[in-house]
Design a binder for this molecule. Structure first.
Ligand code: SF4
Length: 415
């Protein structure tokens, strides 16, 4: 049996800085919604936030809000309220938890930030179907609820190689958003401002990549569970200077850990790649479970999804089109498998865990034989765990823990 014992989780000091960043973000949005001094746009998490920022909108990301519903374990009991409105339990539990919360008049923002009572009312909602169609339906619900305009980018799916025609068709859609957004914001589009924002987004993305890449060190200074919260500024703040400043501080701390051979998990013995969504309501429990097993879950497709290396301030529309189409979730299984193989090698992992998230087929890549193909190609064992991002009724803790412990034991024997 693999050794299991209580360990102390190592705190990342920069997390305090991140908390301040997130508080500023939500208070700014709350102030804008209350005073009407600034316009608010809701945006899907891998949507064209750069264009919105360049046009003077403050940007709110419903997915991050719903992840908070999951992390605070508010989500599961809110989902049935959306189900009652015809949004079935089988679709995205970000969507159902978020709409459920709105219908019940609750938000985790009130718990986290004194004085904030609700999500900020949108002046416009902007989605990109690069991740899924659920964001479109989710935003359409709010568009009707708030009587606010809905604008969207419709992306290709299952893309093997990103070609010029993919890029052109998305770039045209991005440019076509300018006119309606200018009407809503009341501001003229300024190409130099867009270039400035794209440059900041690229800098944020490069720093975030460097942060995640520190996990290649042995022992890893970072866990996936740290990454799921530390990625906050890369999601909600890309395109701003404070996000860039935060990642410089975080990177310095992690590089110091690497220099000192200070692992995030004490006596790291096994290194795991996590494929799929986090189980938000079990982040802490999973972080502790793996640490007790001297196992570091150190890298993931999920945290890597906010790396946009194609952004180029000199060619903003086409480079955004490329970056937002190159994403893992947009790609074919062939392209995804090549990517995971490269990650296995780069991070020197001993095993891969696939999370089969019941309500997100888009981020569950274990349903069509991928784990088996990867295992045959790389010799690296994998485990599939059943669960969900937000709906804890889809999860059996006992089963998950037993399976994870048995998997680590298998790695031990493998060694
Ligand atoms: S990708 Fe999955 S979790 Fe994200 S919005 Fe779409 S269905 Fe929901």
């Amino acid at each position: 049996m693999a050794e299991k014992r209580k360990v102390i989780r190592k705190r990342i000091k920069a997390a305090d800085e991140m908390k301040r960043f997130m508080a500023d973000h939500y208070y700014q949005l709350d102030n804008a919604a209350k005073t009407g001094e600034e316009k608010v746009a809701w945006c899907s998490s891998v949507g064209p936030a750069e264009i919105l920022r360049a046009m003077g909108f403050l940007v709110f990301f419903p997915e991050t809000h719903s992840a908070m519903l999951g992390a605070t374990r508010m989500a599961t009991e809110l989902i049935p309220h959306a189900n009652a409105r015809g949004y079935t339990p089988e679709i995205c539990s970000y969507l159902t938890a978020d709409i459920g919360a709105f219908l019940q008049g609750v938000t985790p923002l009130s718990r986290a930030y004194e004085g904030i009572e609700s999500v900020p009312k949108p002046d416009v909602l902007v989605f990109n179907t690069n991740q899924c169609r659920d964001v479109q339906d989710w935003f359409a619900w709010y568009s009707r609820e708030f009587d606010a305009p809905l604008v969207g980018i419709h992306t290709h799916r299952g893309v093997k190689d990103v070609t010029e025609s993919h890029i052109s068709s998305i770039a045209i859609q991005l440019e076509a958003m300018i006119e309606p957004l200018a009407e809503i914001s009341g501001k003229r589009f300024d190409m130099n401002e867009l270039k400035r924002v794209v440059a900041l987004s690229r800098e944020c993305s490069d720093l975030w990549k460097k942060v995640l890449d520190t996990a290649a060190a042995i022992p890893s200074p970072l866990t996936f569970f740290d990454g799921t919260t530390l990625m906050g500024p890369a999601v909600v703040g890309r395109g701003t200077q404070p996000a860039v400043d935060f990642y410089k501080i975080l990177l310095a701390e992690l590089e110091q850990r690497v220099e000192n051979h200070a692992g995030a998990v004490e006596d790291e013995r096994f290194r795991i790649y996590w494929e799929g969504m986090p189980i938000w309501g079990r982040l802490r429990a999973h972080s502790e479970l793996f640490a007790e097993l001297k196992t570091c879950v150190l890298a993931s497709t999920y945290c890597n999804s906010w790396i946009f290396s194609a952004f180029d301030a000199e060619d903003p529309f086409r480079s955004m089109a490329k970056a937002y189409t190159e994403l893992f979730i947009v790609r074919s299984d062939d392209a995804k498998e090549e990517y995971i193989k490269a990650m296995i090698e780069f991070f020197n992992v001993d095993g891969v865990i696939f999370h089969d998230a019941r309500t997100c087929p888009n981020n569950s890549n274990c349903r069509y034989g991928m784990p088996q193909r990867l295992e045959a190609d790389t010799g690296i064992p994998s485990l599939i765990i059943d669960g969900d991002l937000n709906d804890l009724r889809c999860l059996s803790d006992e089963q998950t823990n037993t399976n994870i412990e048995a998997f680590i034991e298998q790695l031990e024997e493998h060694r």
